[in-house]
Write a protein that binds this ligand. Sequence first.
Ligand code: HEM
Length: 279
Amino acid sequence: MCFSPWLLSKTIRQLLGREEQYAKIKSQISDFIRKIIESKLTKGSEAPPLPEDKNIFLNLATDLMNRGIFTTQDVQNESSTIVFGAFETTANTVAYTLILLAMFPEYQEKAFEEIRTLFPNTGDFEVTYGDTQNMTYMDLILNESMRVLTPVPIVARQTMQDVRLSNGIVLPKGVQIGIDIFHLHRDKNIWGENAETFDPEHFLPHHMQDKHPYSFIPFTKGIRNCIGWRYALLSSKITLAKLLRNYKFSTSFKFEDLDFVEDITLKLRKVPLLEVQKR
Ligand code: HEM
């Protein structure tokens, strides 16, 4: 798919009557982020001080600011990118996985058995990095969830030169292209006859070994892929382990009735209601 950047511009938001709401929400989020930065940087603030670790994003950004390489606005912009990139994608991944497990209770039970073995007690429990590596069935579930309900359905690129695809088609220099992850993940030629349903077995090693490495790209690949993908998988796994250990989720909503809204992140026209029962 090729498209033009003006579709995402202020003009189109004005034409759709959404500019006012857009500006209001953007400023609320910017204020929220500015307060986090200020509270972390202000000595004596109520927020706990940051450890002296260069790998912590805010330390790196403020170090660049102190050396005159970043302005305060740069720190705010870079922080906004991280928050925008991290927040809705991860929240939706967890929510959509719960919805899918409620629709497919047999897979929820398998996930529950794995989690119960690792964490025998209900309530709040610590999950170590080692525990996350032992949640192998949860890996299948998370991957399959991000395949059928991919959190970012489309990403864009601009061609810097003519690009010849493997099928011979040439994309001319200077066009914007959309990479349709949603349909790639549901392509029957890649995923087989039941590509359009939720089946964690799609990710068993013997099903994956012959697949092209770019058949599954929820975080995309290459030099502009998601910088938070490892963190996203870890935080989703920990959240799901805690929820699934303590609660059972069910719904009468059918997978076939899910309907999608075109957007930057995947949205459901009608969000299924879940029944939550304590384990
Ligand atoms: C399940 C959760 C997530 C999904 C599915 C996801 C997916 C993506 C995708 C598809 C892109 C676009 C890459 C491209 O254009 O090729 C992206 C970019 C990005 N993501 Fe994520 N993401 C997730 C979580 C996170 C988290 C937790 C963070 C930060 C802690 C994060 C930070 C970013 C940033 C900063 C970019 C922009 C990278 C760049 O333009 O170079 N994401 N993400």
